[in-house]
Design a protein around this ligand. Structure first.
Ligand code: 2U9
Length: 338
């Protein structure tokens, strides 16, 4: 059997493969189930024990020689025109290109706008502890946002939650950075809500934080005006309405003049001329102190907006669920944008 294997190795070496037919003949002769190598492996069972080691090694060498010669010629032949059986006159398969998700487009646009006035991006964990999501942000212990209805808790440890806002990243930055701080915080957030056209249990936010000496409400207003005009056009008007958030004092909600009618009134803005876009305010001194920032020396402003909501205003797509279904027919509407 040893001689037979050696002969086969030599024959494989000299076997001439110049066409697909030769390649198939080679495969059938040596490598197929009914080929000679398979027969030899079957016969190996009857080889006396003292010859098994030498015969086995040679058999493996034979198989390796045949397989590598086959693969090498298969690739070579695939590259030659002779092997091509298709019709070169047929039109090419269309290239299926992906496109950016509208939420990614909005995120990029907002990041670019704020980067023009010195804001840089910071990101942080989606799974957080109670301190960074609530306590460090001046949420009283009995605040309804902590309720199981609003927050996803980890069953085994109620101290661990899925963040309900990206403000937790701001707390982390304040703990680790000395002012001045001028950052924006994009990210995914989670709230225990039933899914509908207007609400989803996962959505995206972008928040901003500016802390320095002498930061005033006028700075906040000017920054947000700059943002609104860059985002929605230079004729955009803004309107601030008083509001309340545990982490800012005073707090406000900002509207922009309607992106459809420009403020004259239409059914999108319900004839008010304005659309709500974000919340904002001066960072509460308790929040600064909780993260080790001297509230006598420093003041700051913060703001936050939902990316899906901003995309809705910009692209006039009013069903939130569309942003999460990843239907390419929806996504491809945004192919030419930006
Ligand atoms: C720190 C201090 C202050 C961030 C702010 C809002 C107002 C706000 C909502 C808009 C729509 C969230 O996506 S939404 O539901 N956000 O109204 N966010 S001020 O204030 C902070 C954050 C962190 C340390």
């Amino acid at each position: 059997m040893i001689e037979e294997i050696k002969n086969l190795i030599a024959r494989i070496d000299t076997f001439n493969i110049t066409s697909q037919d030769d390649l198939e003949k080679f495969r059938l002769t040596y490598l197929s189930k009914k080929g000679s190598i398979s027969d030899l492996f079957a016969a190996f069972r009857n080889v006396p024990p003292e010859l098994k080691k030498e015969t086995g090694a040679l058999l493996n060498k034979l198989k390796e020689a045949a397989s590598s010669k086959y693969e090498e010629h298969k690739i070579k032949l695939a590259d030659t025109e002779e092997s091509f059986k298709g019709d070169l006159t047929l039109p090419a398969e269309p290239l299926v290109l992906g496109s950016r998700h509208p939420v990614s487009l909005i995120r990029r646009e907002i990041v670019n706008i704020f980067s023009k006035i010195g804001f840089t991006v910071a990101e942080g964990p989606e799974i957080e502890d109670d301190w960074h999501v609530f306590t460090g942000l001046n949420f009283p212990h009995e605040h309804p946002a902590r309720d199981m209805q609003d927050t996803f808790f980890i069953e085994k440890d109620p101290d661990i939650v899925l963040r309900t806002h990206t403000s937790s990243v701001q707390v982390r930055v304040m703990e680790n950075t000395k002012p001045p701080i001028r950052k924006i915080f994009p990210g995914r957030v989670f709230r225990n809500e039933a899914i509908s056209a207007r609400a989803h249990c996962i959505f995206h936010q972008i928040e901003g934080l500016y802390i320095d000496t002498n930061v005033s409400f006028a700075d906040l207003k000017q920054t947000l005006m700059f943002f609104a005009r860059e985002m929605f056009g230079e004729k955009t008007q803004i309107r601030l309405r008083p509001s309340f958030f545990p982490f800012t004092e005073p707090s406000a909600e900002m509207d922009v003049s309607c992106t459809i009618c420009g403020g004259s009134g239409c059914n999108v803005c319900k004839y008010t001329g304005y659309l709500e876009i974000l919340g904002c305010g001066m960072v509460d001194p308790n929040v600064l102190e909780a993260s080790g920032i001297d509230s006598e020396k420093f003041t700051g402003f913060a703001f936050g907006m939902g990316l899906e909501r901003t995309a809705m205003l910009k692209y006039q797509v009013n069903d939130l669920r569309l942003y999460f279904e990843n239907d390419v027919r929806f996504i491809n509407h945004f192919r030419s944008s930006y």
